[in-house]
Design a protein around this ligand. Structure first.
Ligand SMILES: [Fe+2]
Length: 196
């Protein structure tokens, strides 16, 4: 029963993070340490040692919700300026690439994660290293995509990355959130949402 995997029809669910203010300070420091001068749209892996040393509150949070040992990647997702982030799904294999835990970190007001219904563009995503999860992303055609849902990026949430999506920011300043992925996937955690 615990192994049942259902691809969710919902796009996001808010997630309670009482330690959010402290966690935001940790990742603002990590941004300055690992990605000084950040000024682009990107998906930037945080070094494991840096995470463990400089984000103790975040690590304790993950331990408290019993996800620390399942953490695979933690990354900053940044946007900056007027270039749009490409619409994408994170991978073909939704059974293993379906969810992310996203927490706002910096300037996430007037910024959204937006989901779309659309068709694949066939264009390459720009990452080619097969060991890099970013190379699994599949891009969607921007011109024909239709928005189906959006959430404020300022909301901590579990997001569905198996439906086409992207960050959309209404201001042109740097903004970033922290996104963590887990193995095995969070189907056990989100089971309560699938019947709502
Ligand atoms: Fe994504």
């Amino acid at each position: 029963m615990n192994n049942i995997k259902i691809q969710p029809t919902w796009c996001w669910k808010p997630f309670d993070v009482p330690e959010l203010l402290e966690i935001q300070k940790e990742f603002q420091y990590i941004q300055q340490l690992q990605f000084p001068g950040l000024n682009r749209n990107d998906f930037l892996y945080i070094d494991k040692d840096i995470l463990e040393y400089h984000a103790p509150v975040y690590c304790e949070f993950l331990k408290r919700i019993k996800l620390y040992k399942r953490r695979s990647d933690t990354a900053l997702i940044s946007s900056y300026g007027s270039d749009p982030f490409p619409i994408h799904i994170d991978g073909e294999d939704w059974e293993n690439r379906c969810f992310a835990l996203n927490l706002p970190v910096y300037n996430c007001d007037q910024s959204y994660t937006v989901w779309y219904k659309g068709t694949r563009s066939g264009l390459p995503g720009g990452y080619t290293d097969p060991n890099d999860n970013r190379s699994d992303a599949i891009l969607y055609d921007e011109a024909t995509a239709v928005e189906i849902d959006r959430m404020p990026a300022s909301t901590p949430a579990i997001v569905n990355i198996s439906v086409p999506h992207r960050p959309v920011t209404l201001h042109k300043n740097l903004r970033y959130l922290v996104s963590t992925r887990f193995v095995p996937e969070l189907f056990d955690i989100v089971r309560k949402y699938n019947t709502q």
